[in-house]
Structures are given as C-alpha cells and as structure tokens.
Design a protein around this ligand. Structure first.
Ligand code: XUL
Length: 527
C-alpha cells in the first residue's frame, strides 16, 4: 500500500509528484510538470497570466487550471506505477488567487460525465471568468478602505497576520464587489485556487485550511476562524460566501467517481489543499523553529516556522498558519525569476553564461547598487515599475547580473530580520536554487550556510508529505512531522555552501547602504 500524490498549481505550471511511502527510505517515484503557455496555448496566457493593458492587473483563467489538472492526473495514472495503491492526494497552489462560483457549481461538480473532459462541463459554474492572482496590484484603494474600517493596518496585522496587501483575497473581493456588484451577488462561493482545485477533485465544495486562509486578510490568526470585523470591512454577506476552515491535515473527501472512472484511479482520500509557501515549509523540512528557507521561483520568498505568531507591524511581512498547527513568518518579493530572466535576456545570456557573469564580478560589485523593480514590487511596496542603478553601466553584463542577484539577496536578508530568527542555515529551494553561483551570494549576504535539495519543487513535495501525514492520522497510525520529513525533505548534506568571512564583512556594510538606497528611492517616488 501507500502511494501518495502531491499536486502544485503554480503561476506558470502545474506539477505532480508521487511518493512511495512503503519504500525504505520513502522516495519520490514520479514527477511531471505542465507549462500552461506551452501545453494549453488556447487560453492565451503569458507566464501563466492573461495579457493586460493595465500593468496592475494580473488575472488567470481558472478553467485552465482544471484542464491542466486533467492532463496531469492522466499522466500520473499512466506512469506505469501501480496507482491502485494510491492512498491519498493533496495539493499546493499559488496563494491569494481567488475563484468565484455560482449556484450551479455544487451540482455540476457532483454530476460530471466521465466520458467527457471536465472543462466544457464546468464552463457555466464561474460567476467571474477570471481569477485575480498574487501578482495583481490593482487594489490599493480597497486596501486603504479595509485598513481604515478596522482601525488601521497595525490592528489588521495583529488580527489577520498581515496589513492589507493588494494581492490578498479580501481586498480583491472588495474590488470585485465594488466594480461588478451583479456578478458578486451571483457568487455563492469564493474559493482560493487551493480549495477550488480540492473541490474539483472531490466533486463537492471543499474546505480551506489555515495556511492558505491566512493569506486573505480575513482570518483571525489565533482562533483560525473568519474574523467578523475583517469580513464586514470587505464586502456584504461575505461569511455566507466563504468555505469553512478545517485543520490542515484534514481529509476533505475522496477522489470523485468522475476522476476514478476517467483515469482509472482508486477512491483515494483527498486532503485539504494549502498554499505553495505553507507546503514548501514542509517540503524544506522546516518543522521546527530556527532555520529559514528561501524559495527562488516566480516569486522569491523567505520563510520559517514560528512557535508563536510574532506579527510584523512594520508592514512588510506576513504570518500564516503552518501545516504543523504552528505559524510561519514570510516575506514575498514579486521581482523573482521574471527579473532574473529579464536581465539574462537583455544581455543575450543562457543560464551558464549568467552564472559565469555573476562569478566574474567582485563580491560587493565595487559598491555599485541596483534596485530590481522590473515590475511593481511587493516588498518594499513599489506601485510602479522602475529599475534604478547606481554605479552600474547597464551594458556591462557582469556588473548588471551581479547587481541584480546581490539586490535580491540583500532585500531577502534585510526584509526577513523582523522574524527575529538567528539564521545559521538556509534551506534553498525553487527553480533558481539549482544555480550554485546564486547560492554562494546568498550564503555571503546572510552570513549563513546554505543547503540545496534534490528536488527544486518543495511545494509539490510538501503537498505529497501532507497527504501522507493526514492519511496516517486518518488510518489511526499518526506519524510526527519529524518522522514524515526525515530522509525525504532534507537538504543534500554535500550541497553545503559556507559563507566566506571577507565577503560577509563586505555585505554587512553594503546591506545598510542598500537599505538607504531603497529608502531614498521610495521617498523620491512618493514626493
Ligand atoms: C506569497 C505569494 C507568492 C505566491 C506565489 O504571499 O504571494 O509566493 O504564493 O505562488
């Protein structure tokens, strides 16, 4: 027995991973990824989002994720593995994005015809054709209104774990209600991407769990229930439209007859889906307080487990529920891999040449600095794109690449200080963690050892491990989180990159200058 499936619906792709938990040690036996732009071009996305004339608007078609799910489940079913042994499935999804369903959804989800693909049968269930994603920055007014209604951003952060952020679901719901009141009235359920895909798998309305629910500016961080004051500040009759919140390791149903028949899969348990960052916390083995993980993906994030919810009232960080029942601190940067790809392409480099360019410039870049705001930035809040260079000739590939990576690493280090974690080691994950040159800069900037993982997709690994944890508990054979991550979500010991003391010194000074440069740019922007 005991094969587990994890899915990860991220910004640009949907991936799957299967874990054989009866192997000793347990091991990943299947991995598959589908790139939306390449495999499902009819949806017209670029990097997974729809083109928009307004740079603040970043939305995706929710039914594209359903079609991707169908393709990826089919690939898992045809993997050659004995999928009859599949005991449980869970998932990870980009956080904050929301899906709006109407009164026909429950019935349609329950009555899918296995002879037909899912999307044509589900077309009518959405009350809003598009889903705002985590990259959307169009809700500044709504953020201000919500914060004002609850007495300011500091009380909102104490209540929900974060001040009002443009991409968070509450401000997005408020904007939808203000701009499309009739469509809001026709909405019977607002799901996150995670609970929407969970619903599609079980053929019924799925619950949310606290890890993803805490990315909405709507959940009381301590009680893990909807916070009435936040709901009232957001939109009318919102409580009726939100899913229930269940503990993270809850079985929410079983794989519906539709998916069983369509792909020859068993009635596996479906475990509540969570956000990609809470899943990555498990997938990077951070089930105890003390270390940080840095994920270098479409977004760059830095996060770590917290035994108590220490909220950042300064306004850059978030506190989410952790799948372990604890909390996690997180800071998110929008200019992650898209900025790295932009600089790579501007200089006509491939990744090998990008790394060589990075290595060829000296640590500290001779004191030159770059602010990497190729797109509006989340941390710090930069409403309009605008890259700034000080002492860097933009035609000089080595200085430009070095400036970008140092900026990203210094911003990660400076803006995670609020978590109060004395970092002695960092677990690096995400696509760009395969790049050793980048990890060397990370080690020097943080002054900490950096470790890599076998797989760069810790979100998907976290999802599959959460499926195992919940299934073990539901089967009356609970396992500790230490036991679940042992041997699977542990960094490659030989991948250790040590900080180099002279460079650590260089960055200690440069980090202060970078913070000043950032502050000056923000002041001149608001002037
Ligand atoms: C986290 C955030 C991003 C998305 C990316 O707050 O917005 O990391 O979860 O998928």
């Amino acid at each position: 027995m005991s094969l587990y499936l994890g899915l990860d619906c991220s910004t640009q792709s949907l991936s799957a991973m299967m874990l054989d938990a009866s192997a000793s040690p347990p091991r990943v036996v299947f991995e598959h990824a589908l790139d939306y732009d390449a495999v499902l071009p009819s949806y017209g996305t670029r990097h997974g989002v729809l083109p928009s004339a307004d740079p603040r608007v970043r939305v995706s078609p929710p039914l594209m994720w359903v079609e991707a799910l169908d393709v990826v489940l089919g690939a898992a079913a045809r993997s050659g593995l004995d999928v009859g042994r599949l005991a449980a499935i869970s998932g990870s999804a980009q956080q904050h994005g929301s899906v709006y369903l109407n009164a026909t959804a429950d019935e349609r989800l329950a009555a899918l015809d296995a002879a037909q693909p899912p999307v044509p049968q589900l077309r009518g269930i959405v009350s809003r054709l598009v889903s705002p994603t985590w990259m959307d920055t169009s809700t500044a007014d709504e953020c201000a209104e919500i914060a004002a209604a609850v007495g300011g951003n500091a009380p909102l952060a104490r209540l929900t774990g974060s001040r009002a952020f443009e991409r968070f679901t509450g401000p997005q719901i408020r904007r939808f209600w203000k701009q499309q009141p009739a469509e809001y009235a026709a909405t019977t359920r607002v799901h996150l991407v995670s609970s929407f895909l969970g619903s599609v798998l079980i053929g019924a309305d799925a619950a949310l769990e606290p890890g993803d629910a805490s990315g909405m500016n709507l959940m009381d961080l301590v009680t893990r229930r909807w916070a009435p004051a936040a709901l009232e500040a957001t939109a009318p009759e919102l409580a009726d439209r939100l899913p229930s919140i269940v503990p993270s390791s809850s079985v929410i149903g079983e794989l519906s007859p539709y998916w069983q028949a369509r792909h020859g899969l068993p009635p596996a348990r479906v475990v509540a889906w969570s956000g990609d960052n809470p899943c990555s916390l498990i997938g990077t083995g951070l089930v105890r307080e003390g270390r940080l993980a840095v994920s270098l993906g479409t977004s760059d994030t830095v996060f770590g487990l917290m035994r108590a919810p220490r909220v950042d009232e300064g306004g850059t960080g978030h506190v989410f529920g952790a799948p372990t029942g604890d909390w996690m601190g997180l800071t998110c940067f929008r200019n992650g891999s898209l900025a790295r790809e932009r600089v790579r392409d501007e200089h006509g480099l491939d990744w090998a040449a990008f790394s060589a360019a990075l290595d060829s410039a000296p640590a500290g870049n001779g004191g030159a600095l770059l602010l990497p705001w190729f797109e509006p930035e989340i941390t710090p809040a930069v409403p309009a794109a605008g890259v700034r260079r000080r002492g860097i000739d933009p035609r000089d590939a080595a200085a430009d690449v070095r400036g970008l990576i140092e900026a990203q690493m210094m911003a990660l280090a400076n803006h995670s200080a609020w978590m109060g974690v004395n970092v002695d080691a960092i677990h690096a994950t995400g696509g760009a963690s395969a790049n050793a040159a980048i990890l060397r800069v990370m080690a020097d900037v943080f002054g900490a050892d950096v470790y890599r993982f076998e797989s760069t997709n810790s979100a998907c690994l976290g999802a599959v491990l959460r499926a195992w944890h919940a299934d073990a508990a539901a089967s009356g054979q609970p396992r500790s989180w230490d036991d679940i991550v042992a041997g699977v979500a542990q960094p490659v010991a030989s991948s250790r990159i040590r900080p180099r003391p002279p460079h650590v010194e260089t960055y200690r000074a440069l980090r202060r200058r970078y913070a000043d440069f950032e502050a000056e740019a923000l002041t001149s922007e608001s002037a």
